[in-house]
Design a protein around this ligand. Structure first.
Ligand SMILES: NC(=O)c1ccc[n+]([C@@H]2O[C@H](COP(=O)([O-])OP(=O)(O)OC[C@H]3O[C@@H](n4cnc5c(N)ncnc54)[C@H](O)[C@@H]3O)[C@@H](O)[C@H]2O)c1
Length: 283
């Protein structure tokens, strides 16, 4: 693998988008997921995504094909072993992420960087699972990664200035704007705005104040947001949203962040949003 190579661990909602973005930015990508089904879904997502960009004239169909061909798909994490940088995008759970980062640390050359797409979890804590905390940094993409213009870059307590600069350079090489978060706080900046919006929407719905359709409509047509809170929850994945809210709740010890019952029930029922065909809405 050359310096133009990027590893992506986890090819779910976010990982698939990051793989597409990296490939269309000219990187060779090693895309690794523990699940064959997740890899297959990501392959379809990336192929369709690249063709959509081609249709819009971003590049030709032949270029879309060659972007796709630069991706190597695998269930074997060993294949990430010579990547100069890996973006971790597995589930939003502390212990599995720490285990994955420790495994990457054991696998990667000493100067390789580890970026994590966590939406809320302490970078410092995740980095502590590795022997290279100065080379670990947050790289929080928004959904869908090929379309959103900015990437939040939260640094851990021990993230070096050099790693931060390399993180920003990588984000810029994707054509995106890196926005640094200097303090490693639960939820960083983005989810300290977003999650309260989803929380309030759930509470208003639970109290019967308005229907979900009307809440979404009001937020879009009245407040001018591009998407309503329930639509956004379904896009993010309600399991991911619940994990983020639960983590912030635990870490800040603020009753305000107690996960709404409706969110917990939908997740228990397997209604996780667009990715399962149903969440707050049916798809
Ligand atoms: N969904 C969003 O809108 C969003 C936005 C920004 C950041 N994030 C963050 O991105 C990360 C991934 O979220 P997602 O929505 O893509 O989740 P997801 O559930 O859609 O995908 C996670 C993928 O990781 C795979 N996986 C789990 N453990 C693994 C392991 N040990 N090794 C290899 N693969 C493994 C799963 O098979 C799955 O395909 C989370 O940290 C989440 O908080 C999500």
């Amino acid at each position: 693998m050359g310096p133009d190579t990027l590893g992506v661990l986890g090819t779910g909602t976010m990982g698939a988008g990051i793989v597409q973005l990296a490939a269309q930015s000219g990187y060779r990508v090693t895309a690794c997921d523990a699940s064959v089904e997740a890899l297959e879904r990501a392959q379809v997502y990336v192929r369709e995504g690249l063709y959509r960009f081609a249709e819009k004239g971003a590049f030709t169909e032949d270029e879309a094909d060659s972007h796709y061909e630069r991706i190597r798909w695998t269930t074997n994490p060993q294949e990430l072993g010579d990547a100069p940088a890996v973006v971790e995008a597995i589930a939003e759970k502390v212990e599995p992420k720490k285990e994955a980062l420790a495994a990457l640390d054991a696998l990667l050359p000493p100067d390789s960087l580890i970026f994590t797409n966590t939406s809320s979890i302490s970078i410092t804590d995740l980095a502590s699972a590795t022997g290279r905390p100065e080379k670990v940094c947050g790289m929080h993409f928004f959904t869908p990664p090929p379309l959103r213009e900015a990437v939040e870059v939260p640094r851990g307590l021990l993230t070096s200035d050099e790693t931060l600069e390399r993180a920003k350079a990588l984000v810029r090489s994707f054509g995106k704007l890196p926005i640094v978060v200097e303090k490693d706080v639960p939820g960083f900046v983005a989810n300290r705005f977003l999650m309260p919006m989803i929380l309030e929407a759930c509470r208003l719905l639970e109290e019967g104040v308005a229907s979900k359709e009307d809440i979404d409509l009001l937020v879009k047509k009245g407040l001018g947001f591009p998407v309503g809170p329930f639509e956004l929850g379904d896009l993010i994945g309600l399991d991911v949203g619940l994990d983020v809210i639960s983590y912030i709740h635990r870490e800040l010890d603020e009753p305000y962040y107690a996960p709404p019952r409706i969110l917990q029930e939908l997740v228990r029922a397997g209604r996780l949003g667009r990715k399962t065909g149903a969440g707050f809405y049916d798809y």
